[in-house]
Design a protein around this ligand. Structure first.
Ligand code: HEC
Ligand code: HEC
Length: 490
């Protein structure tokens, strides 16, 4: 017998969650069911407020008409739940917060002229083209701080936190593990300079290798090069712009899609520690009340658990991205926070074997997983040391490269945030839809996490290491399969 994913063990604990994209009805736990307290995966109440956050229909998810004007209505005092969520969603997709951006002419030049390497809407770099854009722009770029008189495009949340699930649904909050952020940086910042100056030899060779096909295209096509000059002219970038440090270029070339170090160029901050993070899912982030009730020290956001709350995360995003926090006080960011809190992992499409599910659940409890993953949605209640977990330890230096407990110059935290030099156990929902595992994305499947898909290999390059967290690896193959079945069901 098979039942739908995330089903509870007895029928009276389940309810129908409605139709999903596949037309199948799933079973979900009723919030507050008798065993919900001890079950980290007890489903929180559906507070999506009627918004469509995952579907195969991209325009349906974007629901632009409904979003139109929502933030104006919110600003004028309409704080009802629907208006709040619609405003938050509009911000998620289309707000640049006045942060530092990339000159728009370079973005459009790239998006329109390199069908094979970049693609319209940066599709070849894993971004999702904006179906409404007449300039071939992707979703996730929004007007940023002006560069002189030139328009720029800055990140909205959607570039990294809006992705496609394996079943074809688009999902808000899904980590976009297709997104080749490093290569995009090379295309935006290194390609134009090298194409015009012909100084490839003074750049990182791996970086040059990544953009070589585009360089070749520019060198072959004099008209194309002319268009590049025209795009750069208003910026005055051609002769004067500083290139990124070679070291940064090398990092851009090395990062897998879906991973990055946020605290180096092109952002206006640098913590002088090379740490690699996979993009996190935003599903099921606990509110303060829930974190308190679970005895978490805070919401522990970010891989090191340094950020105390989603509200703090948003403020830091604006502040460290070069925006002006006095224009973005908490009240103005509140709709975005509310909207993100409303995002829950999409129900998996696969029907699962109940026996394996029950076996996996028992193993999760009996084999100690729950000791570290017993908080809301399978997240942990504290931060662990890298020595204990054994995963790549470079992340310990995040924001504090010399590990002296003092935040690196130029960085600022929000009140309540604190360096941990450790690693949190992440929430374990939506794993079925994820392509990268462990904090640095060094592991490519859940089977591999539990050492089932052969050995993990033995990558030990600093920041990219794929060792550690071998919990479960000693189980029998059947047990590991059951554990994966259980994890994939939430
Ligand atoms: C360019 C890619 C990128 C953009 C844009 C981006 N993020 Fe992230 N986000 C990441 C990465 C990478 C991480 C993991 C960072 C870490 O913890 O080391 C992350 C982590 C987070 C987390 C922590 C989640 C957790 O459970 O620990 C939150 C919350 C978050 N992002 C919210 C946002 C919001 C809201 C926006 C828009 C205002 C945004 N992000 C824009 C890449 C991005
Ligand atoms: C001692 C605490 C501890 C135990 C025990 C533990 N985990 Fe973890 N788990 C963590 C930490 C910390 C991380 C983050 C490690 C990293 O990313 O480097 C993690 C990461 C994971 C991930 C990767 C999630 C992601 O988004 O990449 C999975 C899956 C996971 N644990 C499942 C399990 C299962 C199943 C068990 C039991 C067999 C288990 N864990 C036992 C602490 C623990």
């Amino acid at each position: 017998m098979t039942i739908a994913a995330c089903a509870a063990s007895s029928p009276d604990e389940t309810s129908r969650a409605g139709d999903l994209a596949g037309g199948q009805t799933r079973l979900r736990k009723v919030p507050g069911a008798p065993n919900a307290r001890s079950d980290p995966f007890g489903t929180p109440p559906d507070d999506a407020g009627g918004l469509l956050n995952d579907s195969t229909d991209l325009n349906g998810v974007l629901e632009r008409d409904a979003l139109e004007g929502a933030c104006e209505r919110y600003a004028a005092g309409a704080h009802d739940r629907r208006t709040t969520l619609l405003c938050g969603k509009a911000m998620f997709f289309d707000e640049g917060f006045g942060t530092t951006g990339v000159p728009k002419p370079i973005v459009t030049f790239l998006a329109q002229n390199f069908p094979d390497a970049i693609g319209k809407g940066f599709a070849k770099l894993g971004m999702i083209p904006d179906p409404r854009s007449t300039e071939s722009l992707p979703l996730g770029l929004a007007p940023g701080k002006k560069f002189g008189s030139v328009d720029t495009l800055a990140f909205s949340c959607a570039s990294c936190h809006f992705g496609r699930l394996p079943d074809g649904r688009y999902s808000v909050g899904a980590p976009n593990h297709d997104y080749a952020y490093g290569l995009q940086n090379l295309a935006l910042a290194v390609l134009p300079l090298v194409a015009l100056k012909g100084d490839a030899a003074s750049h990182d060779p791996d970086a040059i290798a990544r953009i070589q096909p585009m360089l070749d295209q520019l060198n072959r096509d004099i008209l194309l090069k002319g268009r590049l000059v025209a795009a750069l002219l208003p910026i005055g970038l051609a002769g004067t712009a500083p290139a990124f440090p070679k070291e940064a270029e090398k990092h851009y070339a090395d990062w897998k899609p879906g991973t990055m170090d946020f605290f180096i160029e092109p952002l206006p901050i640098n913590d002088h520690a090379h740490t690699v993070s996979k993009i996190s899912p935003l599903w099921g982030i606990p509110r303060k009340a829930e974190a308190d009730a679970a005895s978490m020290p805070s919401a522990m956001l970010g891989w090191t658990g340094a950020t105390a709350s989603l509200e703090n995360f948003l403020a830091s995003f604006v502040d460290l991205g070069g925006g002006d926090l006095s224009k973005w006080p908490k009240e103005r960011l509140a709709p975005l926070a509310e909207y993100i809190y409303s995002l829950q992992a999409p129900v998996p499409p696969r029907a699962v074997n109940v026996d394996a599910l029950a076996r996996g659940e028992a193993l999760f409890r009996d084999r100690g997983c729950i000791d570290c993953h017993g908080g809301p949605r399978g997240g942990g209640l504290k931060v662990y040391s890298y020595t204990e977990i054994g995963t790549d330890a470079e992340m310990a230096r995040w924001a504090d490269p010399d590990l002296d407990g003092v935040l690196q110059d130029g960085l600022r935290f929000q009140p309540g945030d604190a360096l941990t030099h450790g690693i949190k156990s992440p929430r374990l929902v939506g794993l079925w839809a994820m392509r990268l595992f462990l904090h640095n994305g060094s592991v490519d499947s859940l089977d591999e996490v539990f050492c089932s898909a052969g050995l993990r290999g033995n990558v030990s390059t600093k920041a990219f290491g794929n060792g550690g967290h071998t919990y479960g690896c000693d189980l029998s193959v059947d047990d590991r399969t059951a554990l994966v079945t259980y994890l994939n069901a939430h």
